[in-house]
Ligand binder design. Structure first.
Ligand SMILES: Nc1ncnc2c1ncn2[C@@H]1O[C@H](COP(=O)(O)OP(=O)(O)OP(=O)(O)O)[C@@H](O)[C@H]1O
Ligand SMILES: [Mg+2]
Length: 482
């Protein structure tokens, strides 16, 4: 404790002396002498520490969008740091040529070499990684001032380009979901959590009408190649699809096939977790480009009836603003997909043409769709039973999920379709019976009501001696008299 007290008192007197000297310097040295001394001090400092430092913060802008430069440096360093840094972070990556990817841990520093500048002591340039108290993370590039020109231009470009190239090489697509809002706060918290997207669906495995499928495939392909076209016509580079149809007809499979084909990330936006427009905007701004934003069951997500009305309307307006308002231009190269089982329930403003560029109906299994399944599941291109199946499918609405489930062999499928048909017939008969019963009951109730009215009228006549007809006449007389 004594030692501590002494240190503090020494420090105090040191500060007091420094302040006294500064005050004397400020008071007695003429202005020109002062600037001369200051410039010499600067030169001296630069001689003693001839390094320049550049910071690359993780987040930029009002909404703290994660900086692309930061991400590129992070990736670039992951390829450099494993030889040098002592503290590393490991991420296991499936199906990659590098199953474990290492990157610099916090407070680490690595030295890099560029264009033969490695001989210059003590180091050419180094990146350090510092989390501060407020958790603002950044990479700091330190280099000798004699390399300023090369390093500020060429080297930084090299790092960013290399970082992006590594990202493309190691690219694993992400399936992101929005976090519950209580997890927000601080710089480091992300609005999205992600897992690696590994859905096996492709346009080849997607069963549907072949002509329709071709149209659908061509559209996103044209879109993804259309950067110049969108710039030329002055439209934001994005496209909206509305997928509608009964459950189990392939809406989610279609989204997965699109993402796999285009090599896009998927952002599965759960609107019911979004509390207001600000939150929505922050989520949307944090998405990477080249992604598909999916809002499943949009009719359930935006409950426009009852208590939820006001907040849902706000979210709806924010969503529309993002689809084709000013916010739509941020990010670029995005596909927005809404799915619903009930297209009629949707707010017309949301699905009007131009807002959702393509409305795609996913319907029950037809013969074309069945043929895709037969090929994929059984490796059969044609078969004598195909005709029977074609006829049966025309008579019954069967979802693709049900067909897929029963496609262990053609005979079993035929049995399943027949059973489904019988069940559907029974169900229809039962519904017709219930409807007839209901109508009959309503008819009977109506008759009983009429009888009751007649009885009460007769009672009135009996008790009061009032006759309706007579009463009417009396009334007519009164009117005339008045
Ligand atoms: N068109 C299709 N092509 C290939 N497989 C399909 C298709 N439709 C359905 N399936 C099969 O049925 C399963 C369910 O399909 P999917 O989840 O895509 O349906 P959905 O239309 O999104 O249903 P929901 O409306 O319930 O979300 C899939 O895992 C897939 O195996
Ligand atoms: Mg689905």
């Amino acid at each position: 404790m004594m030692m501590m007290g002494e240190t503090w008192s020494q420090l105090g007197s040191l500060i007091a002396t420094a302040m006294f000297l500064w005050a004397m310097f400020d008071k007695y040295f003429p202005h020109h002498l002062r600037s001369l001394i200051l410039s010499h001090t600067k030169n001296l400092t630069s001689f003693v520490y001839p390094y320049i430092q550049i910071k690359f913060p993780e987040f930029t802008g009002e909404y703290f969008k994660r900086s692309e430069a930061y991400a590129a440096i992070e990736t670039y360093l992951s390829s450099k740091s494993s030889n040098e840094a002592k503290n590393l972070k490991a991420v296991v990556v499936k199906d990659s040529n590098q199953p474990v990817q290492l990157s610099m841990d916090e407070n680490e520093e690595v030295t890099d070499e560029f264009e033969g500048m490695k001989k210059i002591p003590p180091r050419t340039q180094s990146f350090s990684f510092y989390p501060e108290m407020e958790e603002k993370r950044y990479y700091k590039l330190t280099f000798h001032k004699s390399h300023r020109e090369t390093l500020c231009g060429k080297y930084i470009n090299h790092v960013l380009q290399e970082g992006k190239a590594i990202t493309v090489r190691n690219r694993q697509r992400k399936l992101c979901i929005n976090n519950p809002s209580q997890n927000w706060g601080g710089y480091r918290s992300t609005k999205w959590s992600h897992v690696t997207f590994e859905h096996p669906a492709s346009f080849d495995t997607l069963a549907m009408d072949s002509k329709k499928k071709e149209e659908i495939i061509n559209d996103p392909i044209k879109f993804s190649e259309g950067k110049e076209y969108y710039a030329k016509i002055g439209k934001a580079w994005k496209r909206g699809y509305l997928l509608y149809g009964p459950p189990g007809t392939g809406k989610s499979s279609m989204i997965a096939a699109m993402a796999n084909y285009l090599n896009y990330d998927i952002y599965d936006l759960e609107l019911t977790m979004v509390k207001d427009n600000t939150e929505l905007r922050r989520l949307l701004i944090e998405m990477t480009s080249r992604c598909i934003i999916v809002i499943e069951d949009i009719d359930c997500s935006l409950d426009l009836t009852g208590e939820e009305e006001s907040s849902s309307k706000v979210i709806l307006s924010g969503l529309l603003n993002f689809i084709d308002g000013l916010w739509s231009t941020c990010g670029g190269e995005r596909i927005i997909v809404f799915t619903t089982n009930y297209v009629d329930k949707l707010d017309p403003t949301l699905v009007r043409r131009g807002r959702m560029d393509m409305h795609i109906e996913m319907s029950y299994c037809g013969f074309d769709a069945f043929k895709v399944f037969a090929k994929n599941y059984l490796d059969v291109d044609s078969h004598e039973l195909f005709e029977t199946i074609d006829d049966l499918l025309k008579e019954i609405d069967m979802t693709l999920a049900d067909v897929a489930e029963n496609l262990t062999c053609l005979k079993k499928l035929i049995e399943a379709i027949k059973t489904a048909k019988e069940e559907a017939t029974k169900k229809a008969e039962e519904e017709a019976r219930l409807k007839a019963e209901k109508e009959e009951k309503e008819k009977q109730e109506a008759t009983q009501e009429d009888v009751k009215v007649d009885e009460s009228l007769a009672k009135d006549v009996k008790e009061n001696g009032v006759d309706v007809v007579k009463d009417d006449k009396t009334l007519g007389k009164e009117v005339k008299e008045s």
